[in-house]
Structure formats: structure tokens, C-alpha cells
Design a protein around this ligand. Structure first.
Ligand code: CA
Length: 157
């Protein structure tokens, strides 16, 4: 984990990225907050669905990590509210239920990716970075692809 959080491996754009973590399980929430903070993100943590719903709807984040099973307001409701408000913030949801139905439901409600608990932190970080790359810098991604496509054929052998 320490190696992955080293400054050399961070994306430049990650330094000011704001993440919202909505998770009621204390250990998981603290583990996510600590790891993501060490990886250079600014992390806001909501420990219940009401606070998570409020923060997600009133503040601006680059990505939301959303537990599905929450007291009061569950993750589906938060996700639904965001999308109904035309808020396209990428959402990575966490589910303990290893069921196809849950995964499909989350994706149909507009989530971008999911993780099934228990998960390894390296996987959280990889998914977060992948989602941020997809949503933050489309023009850069295209430029990189274009460069590769136009390499002289001699370099491709
Ligand atoms: Ca939970």
C-alpha cells in the first residue's frame, strides 16, 4: 500500500481531487479514508446515509464511493437522487452482496463501477484512478491514443 501511495506514482491531477466516501461500517470507512488520503486525495467521509445524501447533493466531488447497505437512506437512494438531479459525478458502489441483481441494479441506476466486499485497498485505488482517468481528461486520452497510432511501423516491430 505504501508503494502505491508514493508521490511518484500519483497522477498530477489527483492532488486536488475530492472524494466522498459514504460508509457506515467504522473499520471500512476509516480504512478507506486513511488509504485514499495517503494516496493524495481529499477525502470527505459520511458515516450514514442521511449525511451522505446531504453531502453528495450539496457539495461538489470528483468521485463518490458509496456503500449500498446504509441505515436511513441507502446507497441506491443516494445514487438515484444524484442522477435525477443530473449530477454526473462518477459513483463507485460497494456491495457485500455477491449478487448479479445488485450489480445490475447499481449500474442501471447510473453507477460507473462497483466493488464487492471484502476488497483489497489496491483494487479500490485502481478503480478510483481508472474512473477518474475516464471522466477527467478525455482529450488527453485521445491524444495519447493518436500518438500511438501514428508511430512509424518500424517502431512497432
Ligand atoms: Ca454498510
Amino acid at each position: 500500500m505504501a508503494a502505491l501511495a508514493s508521490p511518484q506514482q500519483r497522477l498530477e491531477t489527483e492532488r486536488d481531487m475530492r472524494l466522498l466516501v459514504v460508509e457506515d461500517e467504522i473499520k471500512t470507512a476509516d480504512y478507506l479514508r486513511q488509504g485514499l488520503t495517503e494516496a493524495g486525495f481529499q477525502v470527505s467521509l459520511a458515516r450514514n446515509g442521511l449525511d451522505g445524501h446531504h453531502l453528495a447533493m450539496t457539495e461538489s466531488f470528483d468521485l463518490v464511493i458509496l456503500d449500498v447497505m446504509l441505515p436511513d437512506v441507502d446507497g441506491w437512494r443516494i445514487l438515484q437522487s444524484l442522477r435525477e438531479a443530473k449530477n454526473a459525478t462518477p459513483v463507485l458502489f460497494l456491495t457485500a452482496r455477491d449478487s448479479v441483481d445488485d450489480r445490475v441494479k447499481g449500474l442501471e441506476l447510473g453507477a460507473d463501477d462497483y466493488l464487492i466486499k471484502p476488497f483489497a485497498f489496491v483494487e479500490v485505488l485502481a478503480r478510483v484512478r481508472s474512473l477518474l482517468r475516464r471522466t477527467q481528461a478525455p482529450s488527453t486520452q485521445e491524444a495519447v491514443s493518436y500518438t500511438h497510432l501514428t508511430l512509424p511501423t518500424s517502431d512497432l516491430v
